[in-house]
Design a protein around this ligand. Sequence first.
Ligand code: COA
Length: 322
Amino acid sequence: MTYARITGTGSYLPEKVLTNKDLEKLMDTNDEWIRDRTGIKRRHIAADGETSSDMAVNAAKKAMEMAGIGPDDIGLIIVGTTTPDKIFPSTACIVQRKLGIKGCGAYDVQAVCSGFMFALDAAYRNIMTGGSKVALVIGTETLSRITNWKDRTTAILFGDGAGAVVLEASDEQGIISTHIHADGSMEELLHVPQGVSQGFDITRAGGAYISMNGNAVFRNAVGKLGSVARETLAGNGYTEEDLDWLVPHQANLRIILAAAKKLNLPMERVIVTVDEHANTSAASVPLALDIAVRDGRIKRGELLLLAAFGGGFTWSSALLRY
Ligand code: COA
């Protein structure tokens, strides 16, 4: 039996750090409020000229090093991103060029904060049907470019970064199942209200910035993370007791706490890194995964549930044996 297994993880956070105290100088907010409502202490901000593909390449190289593979081994590149370098070509094609690879399939997935998980779903199915043997799956975001730094209701929540995994065909069990969902009827609760086909006009009300109904997003995120986790565990004959780790989308500590409670999962078995990098959208799950692998919390053979929720709305999960 062939499986698709994660053989390497990597992540990258830009050098520049913006703390809650730094934000106090930019808007009417304070460290205590931000920590209390979100659990976030700091976020990283891409340098001038540093792009989503630059960060993706940094994360990918670390994942490739851990997996012990070179550029020529890669048969597929999928990048989840809401903040591509250019309208086209895809950020995945730019990553491919920067890694010095030619010929393999490379494309982007746009599912906002579920972007990496949707990309993982596609790569998993590609490997399982013999399309490729080694896939590079990346989530990367420069959300600072679509953040209104005068809006305290959104600016405190987001940051830049990238996370990557190498997924390989293997005789050992890896991904057990992936699940993806969307509901476009709630588009306006979390969106950037401008785009190519509507025509850009950044002077229009709202600008090309993230716009969000925080309370409604909060409720939906908790509900959907809980439902997709239950669907995934039950679909594979597992319960929350079997899980070693939940690796949830790192949007907000309160969302993670509420989702874990819904699942009856003690926080000792939940990976939390949001305090260090805020919400990095598509990058957040692979970033949290890589941090926890490298600090020794997640070990080979453990049962992991990755789960994400984002604009769209989109929600998604992957159950895997690491
Ligand atoms: N600093 C200080 N005060 C702030 C503030 C900030 N950055 N942002 C809002 N406030 C104020 C509000 O104006 C309000 O004041 P009022 O009571 O005088 O009217 C008060 O704090 C409470 O605002 P509210 O919006 O009800 O707070 P909340 O507890 O719902 O927390 C969020 C707001 C955004 C943290 C919360 O709704 C949330 O986390 N939502 C999900 C966001 C998210 O994760 N999005 C991405 C999902 S992928």
